[in-house]
Ligand binder design. Structure first.
Ligand code: DX5
Ligand code: ZN
Length: 230
């Protein structure tokens, strides 16, 4: 089933008011929370880790209406953190293709821990590497900036990768992450992306309800035009 999923990246929130900021996003219509975990090795930045995921899970217990935690793991040892993220309350575990020698083994490990597996590629990595994994994934992530920092400029030349992946996998969740907002969601949707990560744009929007609604409509319209909306 492919439809628009809007996932604000909490990297752009005020960490002193993280719970309130996240409630605001869900209340504004967000579908998922995108949680950027960085270890200072895979990317040149440190963000947050399992204790924060765990605190957020207490704030958004699974019995609540919206509770999906999309964990984007920008770490150099992705196998190591699977048990801890599962225990902390992660729903989806997105590892970077570039960070592991055994993507299929890692997918199996993620599933064994009750999470949905997803695989990300950096801007310099060919989309083809995802082809042999696509059938086993809940989602693929095409990075539209170099991972590590929020607030960067969207890379339009990544859209060819999204388009190629959508052609091969009409029913796969395809996520784009980095520089997404009112203008850039248009080419992303046209290329076939359905999961939109938006940090800076969502958290600084004067009216996040309107922005999230606009992004959802834009994506669903394109999915319908392509004949893959379901
Ligand atoms: C970058 C992160 C992104 C980031 C997006 O490494 O993976 O999720 O928070 O931020 P914006 O939407 O501000 O580009
Ligand atoms: Zn991210």
């Amino acid at each position: 089933m492919v439809k628009a999923i809007i996932a604000p990246s909490i990297l752009a929130s005020d960490f002193a008011n993280l719970g309130c900021n996240c409630h605001k996003m869900y209340d504004s219509g967000a579908d998922w929370l995108h949680i950027d975990v960085m270890d200072g090795h895979f990317v040149p930045n440190i963000s947050l880790g399992p204790p924060i995921v765990s605190s957020l899970r207490k704030e958004f217990p699974r019995k609540a209406e919206k509770t999906f935690f999309d964990c984007h793991m920008m770490v150099s040892e992705p196998e190591k953190w699977v048990p801890e993220i599962a225990k902390a309350g992660g729903d989806q575990y997105t590892f970077h293709y570039e960070s592991t020698k055994d993507p299929k083994g890692l997918i199996k490990l993620i599933k064994e821990h009750g999470m949905k597996p997803a695989c990300a590629v950096k801007p310099g990595t060919e989309v083809d590497v995802l082809y042999e994994l696509g059938d086993e994934l809940h989602m693929a992530l095409i990075m539209t900036v170099e991972p590590g920092f929020g607030g960067q400029k969207f890379m339009p030349n990544m859209m060819a990768k999204v388009d190629a992946l959508r052609e091969k996998f009409p029913q796969l969740n395809i996520q784009v992450d980095g520089g997404l907002g009112r203008e850039t969601v248009v080419p992303a949707a046209e290329a076939g992306a359905n999961v939109i990560v938006a940090g800076t744009s969502c958290f600084t929007a004067p009216d996040p309800v309107e922005l999230i609604d606009f992004m959802r409509e834009t994506v669903n319209k394109s999915l319908k035009a392509r004949g893959v909306y379901s």
